[in-house]
Design a protein around this ligand. Structure first.
Ligand code: UDP
Ligand code: MG
Length: 327
């Protein structure tokens, strides 16, 4: 293996229908990588784009062979694209970056410094976000919730944008997990990690590729992969409802024996069915909630045991005689 095969820096950039932003991205990357003075490669992972993304990436590869391309056979999702990039990156340090320039590639200069100082992971922390207020509020609630329930300490307001040492990347790529929440797994690996602050820009061009559905999937993967609190909740609620019904039972017995008026009724009268229906509904609701909660885990266990590949590669450019194989 020649030195060229092991660049000092690999950047992994997932792209899904990003034709409008790629020319801007190319300019910014060329400028930054040209100035950084180390050997590098960029892995673009085309996540089954339906626009001109692949053609543009192919053009970029022709002009600069260090821009390599992996193209999925269909859309497998952002996290799968990042995992594929990590699996095929050969750099001593590997950076993850979104294509839309919300995360400035120039920040990697500061991250590289941190790695030279001896840190294993430098993750970007968003100081300010330039997104709409609803999205900002949702992110804030989610990160707080995650922090309070997660079993590992996932840093607040840090996304996937980060630079990792090879030893961390090796741990991540060895993980057999399918439903990944990379920022959580990254925190899980341990090592010496440090946050680097930056201001999150608005998207440079095009529109978000993360509709609410995908965002919700990511958020639930984060919570359910890093916390068993929702499952334990069933036990707590079960205990509470048993306790409450025992208290209520004792109280009703006393009422019956002492025969006093409660809300204008004596125990000898037949009480209305409203209260019973309310109780049935309440506990029925809780049961469904808990079934749903267990379903979330069972669904994920099913997903894991199927052991399907996380991605399938359709085309690849820039790999010479060692093309990347499927997951
Ligand atoms: N992306 C992807 N596959 C998807 C959705 C998104 O590879 O199914 C990429 C997208 O091209 C971008 C990054 O993931 O580089 C983040 O997406 P986006 O910027 O649209 O998300 P947002 O910043 O709006 O949350
Ligand atoms: Mg974005």
């Amino acid at each position: 293996m020649s030195l060229d095969d092991n660049p000092e820096l690999s950047l992994v950039i997932p792209c899904f229908n990003e034709e409008s932003v790629l020319p801007l991205l190319e300019t910014r990357l060329r400028k930054f990588l040209g100035d950084c003075g180390i050997s590098w490669e960029v892995l673009f992972v085309d996540d089954g784009s339906r626009d001109k993304t692949f053609e543009l990436l192919a053009g970029m590869h022709r002009a600069e062979p260090r821009f390599k391309v992996i193209s999925f056979s269909r859309n497998f999702g952002h996290q799968a694209a990042l995992c594929a990039g990590l699996a095929y990156a050969q750099g001593q340090a590997v950076g993850l970056l979104d294509a839309d320039l919300q995360d400035p590639p120039e920040l990697f200069a500061r991250c590289l410094e941190k790695l030279r100082e001896g840190y294993d992971v430098a993750y970007a922390v968003r100081r300010k976000r330039k997104e709409n207020i609803l999205k900002r509020a949702a992110y804030s609630v989610f990160y707080r919730l995650l922090k309070s329930v997660a079993e590992v300490d996932i840093p607040h307001d840090s996304g996937d944008f980060c630079l990792m040492h090879r030893r961390v990347v090796d741990v991540l790529t060895d993980m057999p997990e399918r439903n990944v929440f990379l920022r959580g797994l990254r925190a899980w690996t341990g090592f010496r990690q440090i946050g680097v602050e930056y201001e999150r820009e608005a998207r440079a061009a095009g529109s978000t590729k993360y509709p609410f559905r995908k965002l919700l999937k990511l958020a639930t993967d984060g919570v359910f992969a890093f916390s068993t609190l929702p499952l334990r909740l069933a036990t707590y609620v079960g205990f509470a409802s048993v306790g409450l019904s025992m208290i209520a039972g004792i109280f009703l017995l006393i009422w019956k024996l002492a025969n006093f008026q409660l809300l204008g009724h004596l125990p000898s009268e037949v009480p209305g069915w409203t209260s019973i229906v309310c109780l049935i509904l309440f506990f029925g609701g809780i049961q469904f909630l808990m079934f749903g909660c267990m379903g979330e885990y069972i669904g994920r266990i099913y997903g894991e045991v199927k052991h399907r590949p996380r991605w399938v590669i359709g085309r690849a450019l820039g790999w010479g005689d060692r093309p990347p194989v499927n997951d």
